[in-house]
Write a new protein. Structure first.
Length: 889
């Protein structure tokens, strides 16, 4: 499905979409730690002489939740309310037929929303404000707030409008209020470094504000923040007062665990999309990623490679994984080299069923990796098939997903990963260079222990214990009464003033049937605690974990959090810094959205108890209307009541001639297109400008801030933000987008727009060739004579020469600096040991630092082999030091 963006109407004579001009745009964001509430306002003008039925398309990250929208039409403010979708549509149609103004916000999918705006009169100015909540994306201890540079189609362009977007003529007014409970340590904007001069921090150091007008927004606006200390467990508790007088509470718990546990033996299956749309650079990048993937596997594992399209192609027959050794690696290497985008359509369900129907190797956990660039017609069926397979699996199983290119469906990619207890990442068309790093990142996650049956345990003071009815080991607990999400509530006599309250994140077993939900439409369910999500998301070392809970005010205050899994391999307790209770609806909305997502995707507590479709739909409607959320079953609707005279004018203009859309834009000259591509690929390069709270304030341009405010601009001598920041390598490379990314990415926009405006476009390889040709032409013979080393390609070439045990073969010496590989007389180790040490020393040189993520597992495997050969880690360090000296000579 091709989804246009902006405010547009359809010319009935040509059936073409035409965009109305954007006249103003603003963003106002309030952020508490990593929880954001964002109001986006865009204004448009009907420049035609006709009364129009229009649509405003708003791409959304599927994790975001729209909680309100209002429209200002010629000074009249109309606020919407949430109704069941059928009733909302009927009210909208009735208003349009009468000649009244009408607005309908309907959830097209979990990835975008459409607002139908009927009877927009000639010359009318329409301002649309959509408010949404979302969790900020994170990398390490860095939170990133992102404002996309423009709105545009997500899936191709043949039906895209010739839309006017944010450009030099339309500034963006931006206001950000950010609080961080431990205190703010650093802030920076890699996209707009100058704005940090306008950021000010509160006296207590826990809050910062930014008010700025951006004259142009040709790239995403990114604002990063780091807490004073690495983010430990943080609890946000929110009260929400209802008109009935009832006060509800919701909580969001987030933390980044630092877990150490030995890797487990794994069976790894890589499932790659080989449909026709994977042609060109996509399949080439996929081949490179697969080759590095194979070289990064641990010695003691099983593996297989599966290609899918209209048919399925297995590297090894009968779909069974094979032992990882030099012989099977050679077969797989040849198989990958011959892979093409030649298997037809996109039929994903069949290969997944074949994989899951084949028993996993005894004693090995199964890890499935799915890479796809497209969509399927049976998304929900695929997601449910994965959930069902995991329920019945004889061995721990996880599914990791990669969405490659702008057309990858978020609903499919994220849904598969959630159902499969894995992670999901997205890589845009112009960011394919990070595919290898992302594959290795997911492989590292897959090799971590399976933390199944996770339990979050709260310590409270009121003598009540609330537990889920699903035990961590998959067996039902002994709780006697159920509530929503299978949580029982009972009074427990105690001799102490402190008792434990337990919210157990459900494992994949089935819970007893829940009790009936509350009859009050604006109250949380009657259970003491309701968790979201129902199925435990995977927790990996260093990754942020987020869980939501609804609980009654009588639940008590939180003093301690304990995390442990069913096997007892992970069990630690941490003191939780509890924030003061806040008033609002942001946490409530995010928690309710998580519950709705479970219900929509078939992974909820109701599905686990066999509830029928009608009951599930009714619960989605109840949550949507109670917490003002658009969903697959609920919509925002608003009606502007007009006078009889205005209604007659509307009816009179309804038949007016609608002007044809503007002609298609001319093809961009090659030089301009080269410049644009170069800008996009290098836009984040250079030094990252930062603001460190602890640094002394540097000299400022312009007047100093008021005395009560401290500048966040970092002095020239202050150390840079750690490389664990959101963008690795000082933001010099594209970044794979993770599931918790805020809103949507403008890189998607640029490529889709180019394809919309022009009949054909250069491939990525052709763009690279153009760039290289232009650069050499501009610099003359001097540049032509200077060789350029592609260290990423060199790293892959060297990795291809590593054995499955970790040793580097003698042929690797040809890739090292000439004349700098001779073994000193003082080194008595074997030639294989010396060659391996040389490669590790070479990988440690500065040019390879940008590719540490790609080669991390290759290096680790080589060190493990050296340790086994030399039987002493000190000897390993010594021989690598000797190799470093030889290379530096």
């Amino acid at each position: 499905m091709i989804v246009p963006a902006g405010l547009y109407y359809t010319d009935p004579s040509t059936n073409r979409r035409t965009a109305l001009p954007l006249t103003a745009a603003s963003v106002a964001a309030t952020i508490a730690d990593g929880c954001a509430r964002v109001a986006l306002t865009q204004s448009f003008t009907n420049v035609t002489e006709a009364t129009l039925s229009t649509k405003y398309m708003l791409p959304m990250d599927e994790g975001a939740a729209v909680i309100s929208f209002e429209a200002n039409c010629n000074g009249r403010i109309i606020k919407a309310r949430v109704e069941e979708s059928g009733a909302a549509k009927a009210e909208y149609d009735s208003a349009v037929a009468r000649g009244d103004g009408a607005y309908l916000l309907d959830s097209v999918s979990s990835e975008h929303f459409v607002i139908a705006i009927g009877n927009v009169q000639p010359g009318a100015e329409v301002a649309i404000t959509t408010t949404y909540v979302a969790n900020l994306r994170t990398r390490g201890d860095v939170y990133s707030f992102v404002v996309p540079n423009r709105l545009a189609p997500k899936y191709g362009a043949s039906l895209a409008p010739q839309a006017k977007h944010l450009d030099a003529a339309i500034p963006l007014d931006l206001v950000v209020q950010w609080t961080m409970s431990p205190g703010l340590a650093e802030m920076d904007s890699p996209s707009h470094p100058d704005v940090v001069d306008s950021v000010v921090v509160s006296d207590d150091g826990t809050g910062a504000s930014l008010t700025v007008r951006l004259a142009t927004l040709d790239v995403d606006f990114v604002l990063n923040a780091v807490a004073v200390t690495p983010p430990g467990p943080v609890l946000l508790v929110e009260n929400r007062s209802l008109p009935s007088g009832v006060t509800t509470q919701a909580a969001m718990v987030s933390f980044t665990p630092q877990l150490e546990a030995p890797d487990e033996r794994a069976e790894l299956v890589f499932v790659i999309d080989r449909s026709g749309s994977m042609g060109g650079s996509k399949i080439e990048h996929a081949r490179k990623a697969l080759q590095l993937f194979l070289r990064s596997l641990p010695e003691d594992c099983y593996f297989n490679i599966v290609g899918f399209g209209s048919r399925t192609d297995f590297c090894f027959p009968r779909g069974r994984a094979v032992p990882y050794n030099d012989e099977t690696l050679e077969v797989a290497t040849a198989h990958i080299a011959g892979m093409g985008a030649d298997l037809g359509g996109t039929e994903l369900l069949s290969p997944l069923r074949t994989i899951f129907a084949t028993p996993a190797m005894k004693g090995f956990n199964r890890q499935v990796f799915v890479l796809t660039d497209g969509q399927v017609s049976n998304t929900n069926e695929v997601i449910r098939a994965i959930a069902t397979a995991l329920d019945a699996a004889s061995a721990p199983t996880r599914v990791f997903t990669l969405g490659l290119g702008n057309g990858a469906s978020r609903a499919l990619v994220n849904g598969m990963a959630r159902a499969g207890n894995g992670t999901a990442y997205f890589i845009d068309d112009d960011a394919s260079s990070v595919l290898t790093a992302t594959v290795v990142r997911q492989l590292k996650q897959a090799l971590q222990p399976q933390l199944a049956g996770l339990t979050l345990e709260w310590t409270s003071t009121d003598g009540t214990v609330a537990k889920t009815n699903v035990a961590a080991d998959g067996a039902s607990s002994s709780a006697s009464s159920g509530g929503l999400a299978g949580i029982a509530s009972s009074a427990v006599a105690t001799a102490t003033s402190t008792v434990r309250k337990v919210l157990r994140v459900a494992s994949r077993s089935k819970a007893p049937a829940p009790a009936a939900a509350s009859s009050e439409s604006n109250s949380v369910p009657p259970s003491a605690v309701v968790q979201a999500p129902y199925r435990a998301p995977p927790i990996f070392n260093g990754d942020r974990f987020v869980a939501f809970a609804f609980f009654k005010p009588s639940f008590g205050s939180l003093a301690r959090l304990r995390l442990y899994d069913a096997s007892g391999k992970v069990d630690f307790a941490v003191a939780l810094e509890t924030l003061p209770t806040i008033e609002g609806e942001t946490v409530h909305a995010l928690a309710a959205r998580a519950l709705i997502r479970d219900l929509e995707e078939g992974s909820s507590y109701m599905h686990a108890t066999g509830a029928n479709t009608a009951a599930i739909d009714a619960e989605i409607v109840r949550l949507g209307t109670a917490f003002s959320l658009a969903s697959t079953k609920t919509s925002f609707v608003a009606v502007e009541i007009r006078s009889d005279v205005e209604r007659e004018e509307v009816i009179g203009h309804a038949g007016s001639h609608v002007p044809p859309p503007p002609p298609p834009a001319a093809r961009i000259p090659s030089s301009m297109r080269f410049k644009s591509a170069k800008r996009k690929k290098g836009r984040a390069g250079g030094a990252m400008r930062r603001s460190r709270m602890a640094a002394p304030a540097p000299a400022r341009r312009g007047p100093a801030p008021p005395p009560a405010q401290r500048s966040l601009a970092r002095s020239a001598g202050a150390p840079p933000m750690a490389e664990k920041a959101f963008a690795a390598s000082a933001m010099s490379a594209p970044v794979a987008r993770a599931e918790n990314e805020l809103f949507f990415d403008a890189d998607v926009i640029d490529d889709c727009e180019v394809k919309a405006d022009f009949a054909s476009d250069l491939s990525e390889d052709e763009d690279d060739e153009l760039c290289a040709h232009s650069s050499s032409s501009a610099s003359g013979s001097i540049a032509a004579s200077a060789p350029v080393v592609n260290y990423e390609a060199l790293a892959l070439d060297l990795a291809m020469l590593q054995s499955t045990k970790g040793m580097f073969k003698a042929t690797a010496l040809a890739h090292l600096p000439a004349g700098k590989t001779a073994k000193p007389d003082t080194v008595t180790a074997s030639d294989d040991v010396w060659t391996t040490a040389l490669v590790l020393a070479f990988f440690a040189t500065p040019p390879f630092r940008a590719y540490d993520d790609q080669i991390e597992l290759v290096v680790a495997k080589a060190r493990k082999w050296l340790t086994a050969e030399l039987a002493d880690t000190t000897a390993v360090d010594a021989i690598i030091a000797a190799a470093t000296t030889v290379l530096a000579a």
